[in-house]
Ligand binder design. Structure first.
Ligand code: ADP
Ligand code: MG
Length: 616
């Protein structure tokens, strides 16, 4: 006997329940409320927002703005689902400039809290209206209320009517961290807006607006910490159609987590796999294994070339031409990082003239207090000391490789004392310490160089450029290596045959689900080429590009460089040390060794004076 299933009865959801379900997507925790309400304030053209929070937002969130306000007629509509002033047609959606457009935030928040929306759109009056929506009855009642032009949204007792949700909330500390992170991101996206964040009546952040370089720098330093600013370089590249600007942390300022990574696409903060991959690839050669770079970057492009309607909270985007964006990001950042070497001016015009706060003074050439940390003197960000504003001295090729070998030392003349502007960025060697460090004097003070680390980078960069000049030599395999793959992978491999050829690999179709490796680069002889091929294919499928083969070859060169470099405990003569210093000034990426450790640091006279409590 078989039981035929009875069809379930279909009901239309009542609007309150529908909103509560939608709220599940939009309102995960207090931080989500803050995000939506703040975005509305910014969309309304506010230049100032005040955020008041009680108990990490579970008791109360109040956000007041001085934006355009909402007219009395529209007030009840603002709380209704799928009601928005931001788009009216599908065409609008193709080039959204506003942060919101789905018209569901206020309705969703109102469905899971006690929400009041007070607004006034008339700059000449202080007469506003308040609409109150309580999860239970959505029908908002509207009453007069005094309010200057702008809007205040107050959200109390979040999730009071959805206990299941409330159970998912973490400790007050954690919830507040999330909420603060939202404020930070939005503050980084809009330097022209004042932000104040108060928690339990205490001011946590007060960020004043300002769009000059130094004002923006001040905000980034406040939000990301002064240490980031001290060890970041400013970069700006591209065209008005595709532009990238912002701050990238030096490889020596890496993190154990990817928690200091802010990426904005047309002012919207996003987390995107393609972007993450391009950035990672750009740092590949300079970052310590397993470390994460820190950055605050802004990508600007025609809004029609990005789809922001991929995700309800709009954290992800889709680029129309992902491959072009990937290439642009990678090459811009790669270039910026290659210039991290002594003597290269990495800061933009205008950063040098204004002193902002204590620590940022490092950027102005004045010196922040030297920190005594557990490990002794902290790495003080000497690499970006903007005082190195001249082209590096033209030592170089002639002295190549002479240190660390038995060749006669090159002759470097010490210039007449006194001509300060003739002193090269890394100065002139004074002595060698413990067979490890070179001590050198430049115009500002003392320079310390880790000679093995520095030499390793120089040798590595040379091996790389030699390899690039020579081209990749490949060798055919006597017996082609067959690799079982998916049909999709066979397709991709055939599509990218040329790319493989350029990298010295010959990969051919061997069957519906089979590839044949027929030729490989000579120096990958001892590598696991099958694994390499698989990784490259998965990159190509995901990002349309892969740098694994060259990364792997670079790794081999890097190992060779490490073995071929001056070892610790080898005594160098003063001319040998000077030759090394001059080479560092000439070599790309010489600010850090192949493993991402710094190769040198500086202690200015002012810093030394502070150490000895020597007032000036
Ligand atoms: P969306 O932002 O997607 O349009 P919301 O539910 O967040 O949807 O807001 C609905 C509408 O309410 C907005 O389109 C806007 O017209 C109005 N609104 C909300 N907050 C504000 C504010 N702070 N200032 C002015 N108008 C607002
Ligand atoms: Mg909104």
């Amino acid at each position: 006997m078989s039981l035929a299933p009875t069809p379930a009865k279909i009901n239309s959801l009542d609007p309150r329940l529908a909103n509560q379900i939608a709220a599940g997507e939009v309102v995960e925790r207090p931080a989500s409320v803050v995000k939506e309400v703040l975005e509305n304030a910014l969309d309304a053209g506010a230049t100032r927002v005040d955020i008041d929070i009680d108990s990490a937002g579970t008791k109360m969130i109040r956000i007041r703005d001085n934006g355009s306000g909402i007219t009395p007629e529209d007030l009840p509509l603002a709380l209704a689902r799928h009601a928005t002033s931001k788009i009216g047609s599908l065409e609008d959606l193709e080039q959204v400039r506003s942060l919101g457009f789905r018209g569901e935030a206020l309705a969703s928040i109102g469905a899971v809290s006690r929400l009041s929306l007070t607004s006034n759109s008339n700059p000449e009056s202080s007469e506003g209206r308040v609409a109150i929506s309580e999860g239970r009855d959505m029908a908002a009642q509207v009453k007069p209320a005094s309010h200057p032009r702008g809007t205040t949204v107050e959200v109390r007792d979040l999730f009071y009517n959805t206990p299941a949700r409330r159970k998912f909330l973490r400790t007050e500390k954690t919830e507040f961290k999330h909420l603060e992170e939202v404020v930070k991101r939005l503050a980084l996206s809009r330097f022209d807006v004042d932000f104040t964040l108060r928690h339990n009546q205490k001011v946590i952040h007060q960020l004043r607006s300002g769009q000059s370089q130094s004002e923006m720098q001040r905000r980034v330093a406040t939000v990301c910490g002064p240490a980031f600013m001290e060890q970041a370089i400013y970069t700006e590249t591209g065209t008005p159609e595709l532009k990238l600007w912002g701050w990238v942390g030096l490889p020596t300022f890496s993190r154990s987590q990817g928690d200091l990574q802010y990426f904005f696409v047309n002012g919207r903060v996003i987390r995107d796999k393609l972007v993450a991959h391009a950035v990672k690839q750009a740092y590949r050669d300079v970052l310590y294994h397993g470390r994460h770079p820190a950055f605050v970057l802004y990508l600007e492009l025609d809004p029609a070339l990005v789809d922001v309607n991929v995700h309800p909270t709009k954290h992800e985007v889709r680029f129309r031409d992902g491959r072009a964006v990937h290439n642009f990001l990678f090459s811009s950042l790669h270039r910026a990082l290659a210039d991290v070497r002594p003597g290269v001016e990495t800061l933009p015009e205008g950063t040098l003239d204004t002193a902002e706060g204590d620590r940022i003074n490092t950027l102005t050439g004045e010196v922040a207090p030297v920190e005594l940390t557990q490990g002794g003197l902290s790495w003080g960000g000497g690499q970006q000391h903007a005082v190195y504003d001249r082209p590096a001295a033209g030592a170089g090729a002639a002295q190549m490789q002479s240190y660390g070998s038995l060749h006669p030392p090159p002759r470097i003349e010490m210039p007449e004392q006194g001509a300060e502007e003739d002193i090269p960025p890394l100065g002139y060697a004074l002595a060698q310490l413990k067979g490890i460090y070179i001590l050198s004097e430049n115009a500002q003070g003392l320079i310390l160089v880790d000679m093995h680390a520095a030499h390793e980078r120089i040798t590595y960069e040379r091996l790389k450029s030699a390899a690039a000049q020579e081209g990749i030599r490949s060798q055919p395999l006597l017996v082609p290596q067959s690799v079982a793959v998916s049909q999709r992978e066979v397709e991709i491999a055939t599509e990218y045959t040329d790319v493989f050829h350029k990298l010295g690999m010959d990969v051919a179709e061997g069957g519906e689900e089979l590839l044949l490796i027929r030729e490989i680069p000579v120096n990958l002889r001892d590598s696991d080429v099958e694994q390499l091929l698989r990784d490259v294919l998965s990159d190509l499928i995901e990002y349309g590009s892969s740098d694994r083969i060259s990364a792997h070859m670079d790794e081999i060169l890097s190992t060779m460089a490490c073995h071929g470099s001056v070892r610790a405990n080898r005594r160098l003569t003063i001319p040998e040390m000077n030759a090394l210093l001059r080479d560092m000034e000439e070599t790309e990426r010489s600010g850090q060794c192949n493993h991402g450790r710094p190769t040198w640091t500086a202690l200015s006279i002012e810093e030394l004076d502070k150490l000895f409590l020597r007032g000036r």
